[in-house]
Design a protein around this ligand. Sequence first.
Ligand SMILES: [Zn+2]
Length: 249
Amino acid sequence: MPEGDSLHRAAARLQVLVGQKVTVETPHPRAAVKHLAERLDGRILERVEAEGKNLLLSFDGGLVLRSHLRMNGRWRVEPRGTARRGTPWLVIRGDEYEAVQWNGPVLELVTSCHKRVSAPDIVAEVPSAARFRSTDQRRAVGDALLDQRLVAGIGNMWKAEALWEARVSPWRRLADVSDDELAAVLATAHRAMQASVEGTRPLRHVYRRAGRACHRCGAVIRSAPQCEHARTAYWCPGCQAEGEPPPAS
Ligand SMILES: [Zn+2]
């Protein structure tokens, strides 16, 4: 799953096309039906920004292309004319480079004045813990952290790592997590994702380490599906104790 920080990296790579009059193609038939090429071809790409899990490409005339990469979507920036196999969804071609979008994203054209207002972007700022008091306090904190209406951009890996860092179990109900603990989790996620945007490789303590020893206390890391999409939560039962018992695993 592309996380907020990988979208920021994609946005950074796409900057080589900003300010240029671009040609736009939609080779994939499922993208072609959206008639994006007809509306965007020949326009100037004015701005590329990551916002939460979306990449927003602004073109002259107030048109904004919103690209949400879902599970497997990917942007590449390559020298113009690079040979490729397969059928990308979208190709945006500038003078020297082309940006190529692969694998079924959500592509949606909106006008700049209808740009959706979304939650604070975790890479850009540390959201207030108070935001998490506006949702059902019986929800597990690990569930709420992935709710893009509360905070944009935290993916499954950073959720797991930030909770471990702050010693908070993903299974604790929001009602049982203090503002200070929430603030610590959010600040950790912000710091780690910002470092990742800047190119630092993160050290994983729990994510995809189920069955291995915790770096801090030596207990065996566990994993179990969490929340409606059943994405895997990872935690250390030793130093992230408490909370509702997760489903047996
Ligand atoms: Zn531990």
